[in-house]
Design a protein around this ligand. Sequence first.
Ligand code: MG
Length: 404
Amino acid sequence: MNREVSVIICAAGKGSRAGFGKNKLLLPLPGGAGETVLEHTVRAFVRAEVGQIVVAAAPCDRAKIENLLAPYSPLCIVTEGGETRTRSVKNALAAVTGRIVLVHDGARPYVSEKVIADCIQSVRACGSGVCALPLTDTAVRAKDGFIADVPPRDEMFAVQTPQGFLTAELKAAYEKTGKENYTDDSAVYAKFIRPPRLFIGEKENRKLTFAEDFRAPAPPLPLSGDGGKTADVPPLLFPRAQALGAARVGIGVDTHAFGKAQDYIVLAGVKIPAESGLIAHSDGDVLAHAVTDAALSAAGLRDIGFYFPDTDEKWRGADSMEMLRAALQEVKKTGFVPCNVSVAVQAQKPRLGKFIPAMSENLAKTMNIPLSAVGIAAGTNEGLGFVGEGKGITVTAAVLLQTF
Ligand code: MG
């Protein structure tokens, strides 16, 4: 154990950006075996054999966190967090015993032993060490929605944690802070002591910020550092989707019964002559409904009935392709757009073959995908079951989403 090194773990946040209404650090680690994000973070420093771990906890979470971290006592202690991050670190610093102190976000559970060792080494060699990643995208300064300035990319870094300092210097810096809040310790140190030194971290050491981050599977824990050579910019809008670069598939199934007094049905927005229409609150476009559910499901969202309840007069007789369009807007908010759609229609009647090109074209347009990315197959049910007896139509759809 290295008694020279203490670490402060900031766990007093409210997690309001994650939208949970509670401390996100007490949620299970995505893809983990049930342990919380905070335990995972603490364990990274236990493995690194630091001499002391000080966890800053909000008063409302303190008992819970003390309980959770009891197995790591007395190595790990809990101090009371303040209203701001600056307050919390200031309180925690009072309990620090090591000559070197690292400050780390509780929401970065994927910090590796190499990053921790590099941080400590930087403090030993240069008096400070702030974990940072070179930007691979161009960063700009914007004003009123327009680019005001383009700083040289090789001068730009994304700052993470851990951030390491000599305890006496960081304490002296924090003693000079008043009521103002600073985003991190490097800002406090830079203002009151001197510019801190950067060291290159790892892209895996990402921060779990948004609710999506908690639905994502965890990235594999890094075995060793890559020196930041493959570092990416933490994406601004859709961190989970873009970090994973993932494709998501979803399926949707819908059935509607014949019986409406009209001489057509609507499939993918195309009117098709029929003995009667499909019974529905909306226009009965069973194909659009299946595709909508598939897209919502792929994005991990609720189903069509949640967004377009059939108790809502607004959707009476609604154009279901417009509902699909609106659902895709919801999907887009999660960072995904459709990549392709595959549809299987089971209908004993009417015959659909000659309408398929128009249906495909409508789907391609509404979903904003190429025509070649739309597949529609139509078949009868060989006279079997309610479909075979001509009582209704069932449609199954699969939608693949990709990041944009
Ligand atoms: Mg339906």
